[in-house]
Design a protein around this ligand. Structure first.
Ligand SMILES: Nc1ncnc2c1ncn2[C@@H]1O[C@H](COP(=O)(O)OP(=O)(O)O)[C@@H](O)[C@H]1O
Ligand SMILES: [Mg+2]
Length: 224
């Protein structure tokens, strides 16, 4: 019994906030879950993350960026996600394949067919059961992200937060196009309503999924 849930959305849409809330909720219910992120996860992928997000790397080519994301994912899937899912843990992942399609495809304008193929290769047959697309206007998200960065000492402005607003508009449009294509998997949640209301929706959908999964295995019950 496992569930792979990904969180997507533009900078500042509330992914990290909602993942933490969901982790707390599942932990309270004694449902084994783990939080991880892309790019990142295992040590090799966390090193790749540093290269990708370093604002000094102004000369990085879109294609190099794409390959680094895919390399980070291949390692992440192999070392972290696959083993966790095998153990029956719920995996909550901050960004995944859809982010590569939205940022490198719609944002950087790299051929989307190529990205889909690379995504399939790097994710090695693993697909999210459920994806939350936390949607908000890109300028609002950016405003939140910049404010968050100012308030925390660790996070400085990243390579993506510095991109032009048109880039972020394209990313949001890309995300919405992905959701339209796969409405069963991708749940779009409007995040203009505040953190608590957003979480209520997420909780409702996750509860439903867990119930659904339970009902497919006779006699199985999550501890609660
Ligand atoms: N629904 C929301 N409404 C208003 N502010 C929010 C909402 N969700 C998150 N925030 C705030 O916006 C900032 C960015 O949220 P964060 O979870 O870090 O976004 P992300 O991980 O998607 O970049 C944080 O300061 C957070 O408290
Ligand atoms: Mg975040």
């Amino acid at each position: 019994m496992s569930l792979f849930i990904t969180f997507e959305g533009v900078e500042g849409s509330g992914k990290t906030t909602q993942i933490q809330r969901l982790k707390k909720y599942l932990t309270r219910k004694r449902i084994p879950c783990r939080v991880t992120r892309e790019p990142g996860g295992p040590p090799i992928s966390e090193k790749i993350r540093k290269i990708l997000l370093d604002p000094d790397h102004r000369e990085m080519l879109p294609l190099s960026e794409l390959f680094l994301y895919e390399a980070s994912r291949a390692q992440h899937i192999h070392e972290v996600i696959k083993p966790l899912l095998k153990k029956g843990t719920i995996v909550l992942c901050d960004r995944f394949n859809d982010a590569t399609l939205a940022y490198q495809g719609y944002g950087r304008k790299i051929d989307r067919g190529l990205i889909r193929r690379l995504n399939r290769l790097s994710s090695q047959g693993i697909k999210p059961d459920l994806t939350f697309l936390l949607d908000c206007p890109s300028d609002l998200g950016l405003k939140r992200a910049l404010q968050r960065n100012r308030m925390s000492k660790n996070e400085k402005e990243g390579r993506f937060e510095r991109e032009k607003i048109q880039f972020h508009h394209r990313v949001r449009k890309g995300y919405l196009a992905i959701a339209k294509k796969e409405p069963h998997r991708v749940k779009v949640i409007n995040t203009r309503t505040g953190e608590k209301k957003v979480f209520e929706k997420i909780r409702e959908i996750v509860d439903e999924q867990i119930g659904f999964k339970e009902s497919r295995v006779p006699g199985f019950k999550w501890k609660s």
